[in-house]
Design a binder for this molecule. Structure first.
Ligand code: 7ML
Ligand code: ZN
Length: 850
């Protein structure tokens, strides 16, 4: 925490030292764990520079070089380093440190999650375990010995294969592990505890047998089956799609309740936030099932994109994350509806990533300057990074993309490389020049595409002119899919345009009338195209484009137009054409899941992103206004759809999930009306699954339903022992659209099940209030902002990473109206005055207040 100096990509240089093997020895103890770290080291060049090892929150007990103890004059210690002069070219360095897992509420390094020990080392957590060259280009072979009480900790796990185990005096035992693949220390993991284990196995395409083991808290055995099935599907998919097989004899996943992120791809030993492992019919929603599968896939895919080929430095994070997100998105698309998945990914991008890219922490997918690395696990690096990989896929086509991936592994297996290395493999294998494309790695901000059309009736030529801009940045290479929709009896024309100039025109021939333009088919690039089209054209796209993304997007555009009008004129009566578009969607021969997406309004944050200095309350009123008008006008039809999609028995195949989604979006419209409140209570009482139950609670929370309290009390009584379900309860409580929210928030903070030390709990209450209760978070009194600041002050000491994620909407204050900007700035300044601020929060506050 003492070092706020930024680090720059431009300053990268190789270490003068390398580490070939690491032998770690852990004697586990809650407050005094002893770590012995023996490293075989080599000095790579003749230099007199000292060896500087990273280390934080460590108590140093001893340092030995080639088994000779050093005296304290032989080395220098600081808050975050250990420096020593070594004149040998090859030597063994042994360092013994003591650490305190129980005190480690930041959940980086070795910490306690309930009764179990576990680790999180990415990005720079290993330095809280031992002094080390904590950077991803230092790759070593790890052997780990873990010693602990046998009764309390029957399972002692680490990376690779188990090589020895045995009993020790006084109830202790040990297990030894060896990981044959050299790796950076961020992929190191250790877990110790008592678990239920779900075991299975997988035979790889080359016939090797892999043991699969999922470790969960005792009693949760039956909630691990979906995760196991997802793992096997992922393994199979990666073999079929990319020819990539798993490489160790065992793959372990451990689910823990205390975890900052979603999960972690440690070699052979993934550690997961339990919410992305545990699922069963009664306690998990359809979205939970989907997420478990996606996160299991993501971590599994990292075994090649991340572990076998890793990052040279943390500025290259998108090398592994953008690519792995792209891979997990392709997997989900193959397992479910590709169109619905694409729509959901684009929603996240537009509502969250675009805002990040327009705010004070905007950065290119390969950042150039970092103060706290944990602040760069962002939507930009992950989601925009995946879009950049997707554009390469689009430009090369699937076959050449696969050839590029093959070459990437052929060239770089076992190495720590850069985004440039990835691009070079892609262009060398495909023959496609990606020189200009590389600007995507260095520009922040969402590019804007301006559109101009003209049609010459005499020559029947249609000319499309596209202009790109992103501040003063050089022109990008942008793949732009278009579909030209013509008269009913003519075939639509679909083309991929490559926009490489600042402005470029294309001419298309053979139309009997001006075609309607469906732009950005499949959302072919992460750009904004503020191109207004008349309602009739949007309706033509909605019904006649072959591209499903564009059909959906046209509907979103139509809705957005009217929300914007309602913002300035709340008395506006929506035109018939809007309703007929809705009716057409409901009657169309398309999947229920797709209909549900089409009926879903653009989110508050997506809309806010497209308005300068928005008054959040006015925007919310406009959203509620359109919901109310649609509900009033289409009530009979929505009710019919609602009833048609009720299912007597629970199933969770794609069809059943789609029907629930459609039914519940109808319910959310209908509960805007006074005379349909009974649907909520009926569905709550008859529900046989968590998706339907939560849908009722969420509708009731938004509409101040008179039975809301009763239902919440009933729900709490039923689920109080299942923390993952209680997280949903806390989130609903935090989203209640009522004045009483502030009193309730105080009560919820004091609830016996609530704790700021548990990230899932903190996010479910505070995160839900901040992100799902815009009316009270942004209320004019400033109480909502103050509530967040009060929690951030506490979280700053407990868990800086969680605090740093929750502050996001406040640092993006420039998107709100002047009054709110002033109010939020004052609150941020108050926070900035805290005596001790974590690097995580300080970096963001400095950027926001600059
Ligand atoms: C993305 C992760 C982290 C941070 C997981 C931590 C990870 C770093 C880790 C997609 C799906 C699931 C989790 C994450 C995510 C933020 C998001 N290496 O595997 O990327
Ligand atoms: Zn990842």
């Amino acid at each position: 925490m003492s070092d706020f100096a930024p680090r720059y990509l431009a300053d990268y240089s190789e270490s003068n030292f390398s580490i070939s093997t690491v032998e770690l020895d852990f004697k586990l103890d809650e407050t005094k764990t002893r770590v012995t770290n023996r490293m075989k080291m080599t000095r790579k060049v003749a230099t007199k520079d000292p060896l500087v090892l990273d280390g934080e929150h460590l108590t140093l007990l001893s340092v030995l070089i080639d088994d000779e103890i050093l005296s304290s004059d032989d080395y220098q210690l600081s808050d975050n380093s250990l420096s020593l002069l070594v004149d040998k070219a090859e030597f063994t360095l042994e360092i013994i440190t003591e650490i305190n897992p129980l005190d480690n509420t930041a959940l980086e390094g070795l910490f306690k999650s309930g009764d179990a020990y576990c680790t999180q080392c990415e990005a720079e957590g290993f330095r809280r375990i031992s002094y080390y060259l904590d950077r991803p280009d230092i790759m070593a072979t790890f052997s780990t010995k873990v010693i602990a009480d046998k009764e309390k900790f029957p399972f002692l796990l680490s990376n690779g294969n188990k090589v020895a185990e045995g009993d020790l005096p006084s109830g202790q035992h040990f297990v030894q592990w060896h990981d044959p693949f050299p790796k950076p220390c961020y992929l190191f993991a250790l877990v110790a505890g008592d678990f239920d284990i779900l075991k299975d196995n997988f035979t790889t395409s080359s016939g090797r047998d892999v043991a699969l083991e999922i470790f969960v808290d005792k009693g949760n055995f039956n909630k691990a089956h979906h995760a196991m099935a997802s793992l096997k599907h992922s393994m199979k998919w990666d073999e079929e799609t990319f020819g990539l097989e798993y490489d160790l004899d065992i793959y372990m996943i451990v689910a823990v309740d205390f975890f900052n992120m979603g999960a972690m791809e440690n070699k052979g030993l993934n550690v997961f936030n339990s919410k992305f492992v545990l699922a069963d019919e009664t306690s998990a929603t359809d979205v939970d099932y989907f997420n478990v599968e996606a996160v299991i896939a993501h971590e599994y895919f990292h075994n090649w994109t991340g572990n076998r080929v890793t990052c040279r430095d943390w500025f290259q994070l998108s090398l592994k994350e953008g690519l792995t997100v792209f891979r997990d998105q392709q997997f989900s698309a193959d397992m479910h509806s590709a169109a619905v998945n694409r729509i959901q990914n684009v929603r996240v991008l537009r509502s969250l990533q675009f805002a990040e890219d327009a705010g004070p922490m905007a950065h290119p997918i390969r950042p150039e300057k970092v103060i706290e690395m944990n602040n760069f696990y962002t939507l930009t690096v992950y989601e925009k990074g995946a879009e950049v990989i997707r554009m390469i896929h689009t430009l090369l086509g699937a076959d050449k993309f696969r050839a590029g991936i093959d070459l990437y592994f052929k060239r770089f297996d076992g190495m720590a490389v850069t985004c440039d290395d990835f691009i070079s493999a892609m262009s060398d294998a495909s023959g496609v020049d990606l020189t200009q494309f590389k600007h995507w790695y260095t520009q922040s901000g969402t590019p804007i595409i301006n559109v101009n059309e003209s049609f010459d009736i005499k020559t029947s030529e249609y000319t499309l002119t596209l202009a790109q801009s992103n501040g003063d940045n050089p022109a990008l290479h942008i793949p732009i899919g278009i579909e030209l929709i013509t008269a009913k009896d003519e075939q639509n024309q679909s083309t991929l345009l490559q926009l490489t100039e600042k402005e470029q025109s294309w001419t298309f021939k053979g139309f009997s009338q001006k075609p309607v333009l469906a732009l950005l088919t499949g959302f072919s690039a992460p750009v904004k195209a503020p191109f207004s089209q008349p309602d009739q054209d949007l309706q033509i796209i909605m019904t006649r484009a072959t591209d499903e993304f564009c059909r959906w997007d046209a509907g979103q555009k139509l809705l957005t137009t009217y929300i914007m009008q309602l913002l300035h004129n709340p008395a506006l009566v929506l035109p018939e054409s809007l309703y007929s578009a809705f009716v057409e969607i409901l009657n169309a021969d398309i999947s229920e899941a797709f209909k549900a997406e089409q009926l879903t309004l653009p989110s508050f944050s997506e809309l806010a992103d497209s308005i300068d200095e928005v008054d959040p309350i006015a925007l919310l009123n406009a959203i509620e206004n359109i919901q109310h008008q649609i509900a009033s006008k289409l009530a009979p039809m929505l009710l019919k759809q609602y009833q048609q999609n009720i299912q007597a028995d629970y199933a969770n195949d794609g069809k059943a999930i789609g029907k629930r989604a459609l039914k519940n979006i109808c319910l959310s419209y209908l509960t805007r009306l006074n005379d349909h409140q009974n649907l909520v209570t009926q569905q709550y009482q008859s529900s046989n699954n968590m998706t339907d139950t939560l849908a009722t609670l969420s509708c009731a929370a938004k509409s101040s339903h008179e039975k809301l309290n009763e239902m919440m009390v009933d729900f709490e009584g039923k689920w109080q022992d299942i923390t993952l379900v209680m997280d949903k309860w806390f989130a609903i409580q935090a989203s209640v659209n009522d004045e009483s929210i502030f009193d309730n928030l105080s009560k919820l903070i004091a609830h016996p099940l609530f704790s700021l030390k548990n990230p899932n709990r903190a996010r479910s209450l505070i995160g839900a209030f901040v992100n799902s209760n815009p009316r009270y978070f942004h209320c004019a009194s400033g109480r909502g902002y103050q509530f967040l600041i009060d929690q951030l002050i506490k979280l700053n000491d407990i868990n800086p990473q969680v605090a740093s994620r929750l502050i996001t909407p406040l640092i993006q204050f420039k998107s709100f109206d002047q009054d709110r900007q002033i109010m939020i700035k004052a609150k941020l300044e108050q926070l900035a005055k805290q005596e001790v601020l974590s690097k995580d929060l300080k970096e963001k506050l400095d950027a926001a207040l600059a």
